[in-house]
Design a protein around this ligand. Structure first.
Ligand SMILES: *[C@@H]1O[C@H](CO)[C@@H](O)[C@H](O)[C@H]1NC(C)=O
Ligand SMILES: *[C@@H]1O[C@H](CO)[C@@H](O)[C@H](O)[C@H]1NC(C)=O
Length: 239
């Protein structure tokens, strides 16, 4: 077999280009979180049962902002870093099922963990997400989920009231049913968005994947105005 040198060079170009174009990381790439760790962290942080009753993930979902950072479960995130719509990526989704998927994000601590009267507050709801075979820029094991429609609830940047303690932001990924009917949702009102009832009413079944992070904004004295929840604080300090 005789391959001219030029064609070998051509073969090499896409690989080299792909390697060079990768966004350089200043932080180490976090290892892919294990499913049983994610499941446990949802229980430890009491997202089960505050947001959903059961959680048995079979895949991983990630939120990525273009700042050399991807969110993994239980991470502390700066308010300013989470201000824009994140890039959505996932690993281990059912083989051959490219979409559509639905993602939502809620805050069960609005306006605070000890006074959750507006909870869960809906921060994001995006339908019609598809895997198109494009790798994440940040995580070598995740694939981009691309939206084919505009979000029904656009990303509402986390903005905990100063001194209201840590707020959990919970993202859940579902397989989107073909006959999804969302006409009953009041899109103008983001408060008290009951995820359990929403999933029941829309026939979403259980989430395939989930992720949570927390944001805390201190008041001017660097103090929390609400009593700390010792059990939650322990989880947050440990992650
Ligand atoms: C969050 O912001 C503070 C102050 O702007 C900065 O010192 C800190 O490194 C930031 N943390 C992260 C995780 O980016
Ligand atoms: C995808 O979502 C973004 C906002 O998150 C929106 O600007 C864009 O138009 C959407 N894409 C499509 C094809 O609707």
């Amino acid at each position: 077999m005789h391959l001219p040198l030029a064609s070998l060079a051509l073969l090499a170009i896409p690989l080299t280009a792909a390697l060079c174009l990768r966004v350089p990381h200043t932080l180490p790439i976090p290892p892919i979180p294990e499913l049983n760790e994610i499941k446990r962290s949802f229980k430890d942080a009491r997202i089960v049962p505050d947001v959903i009753d059961e959680f048995d993930p079979s895949a991983q979902v990630f939120l990525e902002w273009e700042l050399d950072m991807a969110v993994t479960p239980g991470k502390s995130v700066n308010k300013s870093d989470s201000a824009s719509t994140p890039i959505l990526t996932a690993s281990n989704l059912p083989f051959g099922h490219r979409g559509p998927y639905l993602i939502l994000t809620v805050d069960p601590d609005a306006p605070s963990h000890s006074d959750p009267k507006n909870s869960p507050f809906r921060h994001f709801l995006q339908t019609d997400l598809w895997l198109r075979g494009e790798l994440s820029d940040e995580l070598p094991y995740a694939w981009k989920l691309e939206n084919e429609s505009t979000p029904l609830s656009e990303w509402y940047p986390p903005a905990p009231p100063p001194g209201s303690g840590p707020h959990r932001y919970v993202t859940l990924l579902y397989a989107q049913p073909d006959d999804l009917d969302l006409t009953f949702v009041d899109w103008d009102d983001r408060k008290r968005f009951n995820v359990k009832r929403f999933a029941e009413r829309t026939g979403l079944n259980e989430p395939l994947a989930g992720l949570w992070f927390y944001v805390e904004v201190e008041d001017n004295d660097g103090e929390s105005l609400v009593p700390a929840d010792p059990q939650l604080q322990l989880v947050l300090d440990g992650t």
